[in-house]
Write a protein that binds this ligand. Structure first.
Ligand code: GDP
Length: 455
């Protein structure tokens, strides 16, 4: 399941491996892989386009490898990890829904009308839903057998109802509309609090079917209308969903046979195309193989990279809060090197500005007149700073004063990094100034009391 999709994302990730920055060019080349696999997996064309453009927009300019602690180990978060996380979030947004799967009635039994084409798994899904509600929600469902189109459907529902000890209501010889209309009274008599209507299926959508379903909807006024679609039929499932939604205003979709070798495109496209979210998925023939559709889990499965996603989630939480505070505290103690400086400049960059960072600590107003404006660096400058620092030897990083004492070193670094010698000198001076300023500030703070992360 989802192998076609996962392959595309894996290849995209491979294309970005080892890169430190997401640029228009490398994003485009990664997205080409993703595009192919989305189309191959039967994702609707418009959905593919929208997804690619959203990922591209978010990915542009994201840089790289920050170290994070995850499950006790230190990991590098690379450009490709960023890319995958952005894909994950976009996939999740495409499939997610708000609120509970089921809208409950304010008073009286809750109605769930289940519709779908023949063979989609509608009758099975009615029974699965009854089981889920009975076991997980403590509800007392009543199943209504109103699929008079498929000869065996009524019998099939009765067999399943018997297995689950859920009553099944039917009136032999009556029309589906009559049966559904009578079900509420039956539910009251039997003390049932949810009514699940298994309605007629057809091989294809036609007017008599839609008319019958509209009539049942008008008579029973169900709180929920669920469409059952078969994941195996790919884009046709999306078309089916669109037609049903236009006519009946679906509250959600149940996607079945996700356990098979369906390519998964339908699961990705349905909400984007129709506006009706997928709420449940069928993952096997037996009645226990049914679960609420979780967009987050589905996105991770599609990417086939659970760890990266978890890591990035940690990254966002840890880096933005604890790590930034700890690093800031370290800066305040004057205990940092040019490598730290580089890392912290990236952090500051991520957080907006050094001023914002300091504002997050209880010392924000300790700077008379605020921070120097030029500590707010733009992306190009960040890349330049990185190149300069990386051109330094370990000795120079350890003793930046060497660069002021020996201009030859500055020239070498200037050549190596492609920056002017003045830019190198300026960077060193800025670094030394910051270190001194932070250290002085830290000492003052030490006298005043606690700073998060400081000893
Ligand atoms: P209906 O005509 O829409 O009522 O379809 P049925 O409920 O009779 O299901 C059609 C076939 O699909 C049956 O053989 C079911 O066992 C099978 N089926 C339904 N849901 C699933 C599912 O989630 N996974 C698998 N593998 N088979 C399913």
């Amino acid at each position: 399941m989802f192998e076609t999709l996962s392959r595309g994302f894996r290849q995209a990730r491979n294309r970005l491996a080892g890169l430190t920055e997401l640029t228009e060019q490398n994003i485009d080349s990664a997205l080409r892989e993703v595009r192919l696999s989305l189309l191959e997996a039967d994702v609707e064309m418009g959905v593919v386009k929208a997804f690619l453009s959203r990922v591209k927009e978010k990915a542009l300019g994201r840089t790289l490898e920050v170290k994070v602690k995850h499950a006790g180990e230190t990991h590098e978060v690379s450009a490709s990890d960023h890319f995958i996380k952005i894909c994950h979030d976009e996939l999740e947004a495409m499939m997610s829904h708000e609120g509970e799967e089921i809208a409950w009635a304010q008073s009286g039994p809750t109605g769930i009308m289940v519709v779908g084409l023949q063979g989609s798994g509608k009758t099975t899904s009615c029974a699965k839903l009854a089981r889920l509600l009975q076991e997980k929600e403590g509800k007392k469902p009543l199943l209504v057998a109103a699929d008079m189109q498929r000869p065996a459907a009524v019998e099939q529902l009765k067999v399943l109802g018997d297995q689950l000890k859920v009553p099944v209501f039917n009136i032999p010889g009556a029309s589906p509309v009559e049966i559904c209309a009578a079900a509420r009274e039956q539910a009251r008599k039997q003390g049932r609090d949810v009514i699940i209507y298994d309605t007629a299926g057809r091989l294809a959508i036609d007017e008599p079917l839609m008319k019958e379903l509209s009539d049942i909807k008008a008579k029973t006024k169900p709180e929920n209308i669920f469409l059952v679609v078969d994941a195996m039929i790919g884009q046709d499932a999306v078309k089916t969903a669109r037609s049903f939604h236009e006519r009946l205003e679906l509250s959600g979709v149940v996607i079945t046979k996700l356990d098979g070798d369906a390519r998964g495109g339908a699961a990705l496209s349905i909400k984007e195309v129709t506006g009706a979210p997928v709420l449940f998925s069928g993952v096997g023939e037996t009645t226990d193989k049914f679960e609420p559709f979780r967009a987050d889990g589905m996105a991770s499965r599609i990417l086939g990279m659970g760890d990266v996603v978890g890591l990035m989630q940690d990254f966002e939480q840890v880096v933005d809060q604890k790590k930034a505070e700890k690093d800031a505290a370290r800066m305040l103690q004057g205990e940092f090197t040019l490598d730290d400086f580089l890392e912290q400049v990236r952090m500051i960059q991520k957080m907006g500005s050094l001023k914002d960072l300091v504002d997050k600590l209880p010392i924000g107003n300790m700077f008379p007149g605020g921070l120097p404006q030029d500590v707010n660096l733009d992306d190009r400058e960040l890349v330049r700073i990185q190149a300069i620092i990386q051109s330094m030897t370990a000795f120079e990083k350890n003793d930046p004063y060497a660069l002021i004492r020996e201009p030859k070193r500055v020239e070498r670094i200037s050549k190596g990094s492609g920056s002017k010698p003045e830019a190198v000198t300026e960077l060193v001076q800025k670094f030394l100034f910051m270190r001194q300023m932070m250290s002085g500030l830290g000492q003052n703070m030490g006298m005043l009391g606690k700073i998060p992360g400081m000893k």
